[in-house]
Ligand binder design. Sequence first.
Ligand code: SIN
Ligand code: CO
Length: 410
Amino acid sequence: MTSFYLSKPYEPPQAPAKLPLDESWALFGGISPEQFMARYWQKKPLLVRGAIPAFGLSEQHGELLDSPIPAAELLKFALQEAVESRLVQSKPWSFENGPFPKKSIPSVERPNWTLLFQGMEAHHPAAAKILSWFRFIPDARLDDLMISIAGIGGGVGPHFDSYDVFLIQMSGRRRWQISEQEDLSLNPNLPLKILQNFNVEQEWILEPGDMLYLPPHIAHDGIALDAGCQTWSVGFRSPSFKELLQEGLWRLAESLEDIPALEQKFADPKQRATHAAEQLPEELMKQLSLKLKELKLDQIAGFLPGITAYLSEPKQQALFEAPENPQNPKAFQKNLGISRLIPHPQTRILSLGKQVYCNGEPVTKGQAPDILLAWQTLSANKELNTKKLKQLDQSSLYEAYLAGWLIFEP
Ligand code: SIN
Ligand code: CO
């Protein structure tokens, strides 16, 4: 593969703060994000040739583009504890979780293996930039950007995912086969989730810069055709109603701690003598039902803060470190006017109306108006550059900086 020696890394641009939702995008083969959502999202697969035109254009000019992360650099992530990695080998199938010692990392020339790196937006700016183009889909739905690198023949086998995925070919070629088959039974004898029967219906060879979108439950299999084949997958998440309701209810229950009046004890001066002593008292039911109504516990609005807080929780393996030399509030304030404050790449920020939730915390609750506005800007634009912030000292914004949740752009 002499091409590797002539190639230079593709540098993805950062998406503009306001994405042009009704304009034609090469990423979707000339349709707009609005049209993509209406026609394909959660509905049917879409293959886009030249989704990233830079690859094809460079080739026309006799220069080859390679992945933003060269193979040697990418493989080093497998050594790191902080990066969630997996090694899948085919022939025979085997599966191992990282981190890996240097000697177990396969060389690119070896066939039939693939290494997968989860949550790469936190570890490489190019991955975060690719992700920024997908912010026409709510942040709450986004999971992460996974990168796979493989030797010839490498792949994870025919399987299905329960989530939407955009598979972007970034280096080498990969053959994708897909099927809309209903039989999604898995082979019980394998260490991986591999389909028992895979009835290929469509097949394409993806070149660097091509993209394949798959809605949930489409059977698929991607096999690397070139050494060092890289596929970048933008993956989504969709919690079950059970998960949402359990998490919402649990947080709602916790929030009752803030209502001192609820310490009041149940009283039943109207209780009459009864023959049905074993039954739960009517009076208790009546008063409880009244309380539920009074506290609006029977209304959806009460659940949403807890659910938003839950969905804003960072990934389990997220690690935040306090700044080495934290700036005092005055220096922080001054710096805010010069540099951009951004969320740490593992920080999640979501909004519910005017309220903002960061890493599971309701950070705007009880905050001064300018701090509220700062959080709203951070949540919407994922950056903040402002001069005036009063009452910064005790604010949740400064606290989030001290906790390493917010950082100044390096
Ligand atoms: C891969 O990149 O090899 C696997 C991605 C997927 O099938 O979801
Ligand atoms: Co998949």
